[in-house]
Design a protein around this ligand. Sequence first.
Ligand code: GLP
Length: 243
Amino acid sequence: MFTIIVAENYDEASHEAMKLVRDVLRKERPVLGLTVGSTPIGLYREMIEEYQSGNLSYKNVRTWNLDEYIGLDSSHPQSCHTYMKEKLFDHVDIPQENIHMPNGNAEDPAAECERYEASLKDVTIDLQILGLGTDGHIGFNEPGTSFETLTHVAELTEQTRYDNAGYFGGNIDLVPKQAISMGLATIMRARSIVVIATGESKANAIYNMIKGPMKSRCPASILQSHPRLTVIADKAAAQRILF
Ligand code: GLP
């Protein structure tokens, strides 16, 4: 079962996502699953605005992020850590100890994956926010990833490294080849999930996610079996599912 919201444009998509976040924040100890990428920036901006205008506080919120590049120090300008600080954490009141992210610079990445998965053992994410890769990946679960995966070391495809090269000055050679990513089974444990996708480049991925067979060649297609999924797309991203 899923709900599809087709937004007029990016800002409206962010606004719709903010409504879901606001709902979850009514809980006493809300847990948010967060992601990086260009897509959630508008949502994070709204979250910051609501905090700065005194409408919302995040002091009881706990967060878990989806992924981090392997080999980048948390202070690296392109790390997911830095992104999250710049785009959200530095501007709101989420206590530092409530923030959870994989350490991409851990000496033993496999052990770090286990530690991260274990940190979620007694936790249910209330709302997992997801973007969508152009190849249908979520987190860094690339095509071919088993639906059973937990937090693991993920190999990035050339497509994903190409898509993300813009953040690395356009130089694909600087984009790490591996990341620590929550697995598909980890993601599916969330109580509710929202996928935000905007722009024409996401039209095929949205189509395969919703209408395609539930196969690992489109990792996001696993979401078809989630009981509480909301897809927020702008018209450009939704073009193949609307007609
Ligand atoms: C990255 C991230 C994903 C993200 C995707 C889409 O590869 N690992 O979590 O959803 O890119 O990014 P964007 O929102 O920039 O299109």
